[in-house]
Design a protein around this ligand. Structure first.
Ligand SMILES: NC(=O)c1ccc[n+]([C@@H]2O[C@H](COP(=O)([O-])OP(=O)(O)OC[C@H]3O[C@@H](n4cnc5c(N)ncnc54)[C@H](O)[C@@H]3O)[C@@H](O)[C@H]2O)c1
Ligand SMILES: O=c1ccn([C@@H]2O[C@H](COP(=O)(O)OP(=O)(O)O[C@H]3O[C@H](CO)[C@H](O)[C@H](O)[C@H]3O)[C@@H](O)[C@H]2O)c(=O)[nH]1
Length: 326
């Protein structure tokens, strides 16, 4: 298939591009490089462009005879989204509509969308199922939920079929260690702990240890980025073979606390470093764990790297290698 990947120069997108290429798909990556890295795109065609440019989106789809879209491009800093809501509604919602309009114009019928656990807000039950209430506590989560709603409309009106993948905490790196996580600024726990192990940071702060969890720190469900990428491949191929629109969680169904992550990093790296407990970070739910039974059942998705140790050791290999020059 000819597949357009937006945000394909980013952390998760670059892993998606890699797996699509491995499976013989023709990939066109679109990224404005505001956060991504050109060297993260391991093949196919690369176009430096912004989703705001609807005319260009039309041309790209037409010229490359695009048959499906995987849409990862977004702004995704929860904290920033609370300070600059307009940026998030514009990029994650309005720019996404540009993409859908270009799909309508070019009769592209299938899209896989990067959604997030942030659409749920504070969950009613653990593990979280797809039919849990969606009451996001951040503009980021809300902007993603709005786009999910738009997808439903475009299906109703134009028959565009979608798969929304609600990722939990993406982590790890391609085991071949050529691509990995390099956000700037970095806000995610595992890369920050690894940067501390490397001496790039003085210490790691635990954002609150007074939650009602087994050790007081927050619990998250970490999923290996290559397992996420594999789910995109399954989703896009399922849509192409006529599957209906769907929403799926993507996690391992296993939660680890911040303290457990730090302990595992110390074990894997063999490095000791300073750890300090600081205030809670606003908007952090105590526990987020996914039920991914639906995607396992319907798309036969099985994680290859579910263990935290494996996730962290692949990330460690990547950070040790210097990443994209951190
Ligand atoms: N990292 C996570 O744990 C996580 C969890 C849930 C959901 N997500 C979602 O997954 C997707 C990818 O996340 P990531 O961690 O790889 O982020 P990332 O920042 O590494 O990748 C996003 C890419 O999109 C590009 N981009 C952003 N706006 C653009 C625009 N208007 N036009 C063209 N390119 C644009 C950026 O340059 C970047 O390369 C995002 O949609 C994010 O919201 C990520
Ligand atoms: O220096 C740090 C960084 C993080 N944390 C804690 O570590 C846990 C994980 O934090 P991350 O920032 O790595 O991940 P989040 O769970 O906040 O965010 C993830 O889930 C969100 C939805 O809730 C979004 O989807 C987001 O893109 C995705 O990375 C949280 O409890 C956070 O408070 C620390 O204690 N210290």
């Amino acid at each position: 298939m000819n597949i357009l990947v937006t945000g394909g120069a980013g952390y998760i997108g670059s892993h998606v591009v890699k797996i699509l290429l491995n499976q013989g798909h023709q990939v066109v990556t679109l990224d404005n490089l505001q956060k991504g890295y050109k060297e993260a795109v391991t093949g196919g065609k690369f176009i430096e462009a912004d989703l705001a440019d609807q005319k260009l989106l039309n041309e790209i789809m037409q010229k490359n005879e695009i048959e499906a879209v995987i849409h990862l491009a977004a702004d995704s800093l929860v904290g920033e989204s609370m300070e600059k809501p307009g940026k998030y509604y514009r990029n994650n919602f309005a720019n996404g509509i540009n993409l859908l309009e270009a799909m309508v114009k070019n009769e592209v019928k299938n899209i896989v969308f990067s959604s997030t656990a942030a659409v749920y807000g504070e969950p009613d039950e653990i593990p979280i199922k797809e039919n849990n209430k969606t009451e996001p506590t951040s503009t980021y989560g809300e902007s993603k939920l709005f786009f999910e709603k738009a997808l439903r409309r475009y299906d109703d009106v134009y028959g565009i079929k979608y798969t929304s993948l609600r990722y939990f905490n993406a982590a790890g790196a391609d085991p071949e260690a050529k691509i990995g996580e390099a956000h700037d600024p970095e806000t995610h726990l595992i890369p920050i702990v690894l940067q501390t192990a490397l001496g790039i940071r003085d210490k790691i702060y635990i954002f609150g240890d007074d939650y009602s969890t087994r050790d007081g720190s927050c619990i998250r469900d970490y999923i290996h980025v290559s397992d996420l990428a594999a789910a995109h491949l399954l989703a896009v191929e399922a849509l192409a073979s006529g599957r209906e629109s769907a929403v799926y969680n993507l996690g391992n169904g296993e939660g680890y606390s911040v303290k457990e992550v730090i302990k595992t990093v110390k074990e894997i790296t063999g490095k000791d470093f300073e750890v300090e407990v600081s205030d809670r970070r606003a908007g952090d739910p105590a526990v987020l764990i996914a039920s991914s039974e639906k995607i396992q059942k319907e798309l036969d998705w099985q994680p290859e790297f579910p263990e935290l140790e494996k996730i962290i050791s692949t990330a460690w290999q990547w950070h040790k290698s210097g990443g994209f020059g951190e």
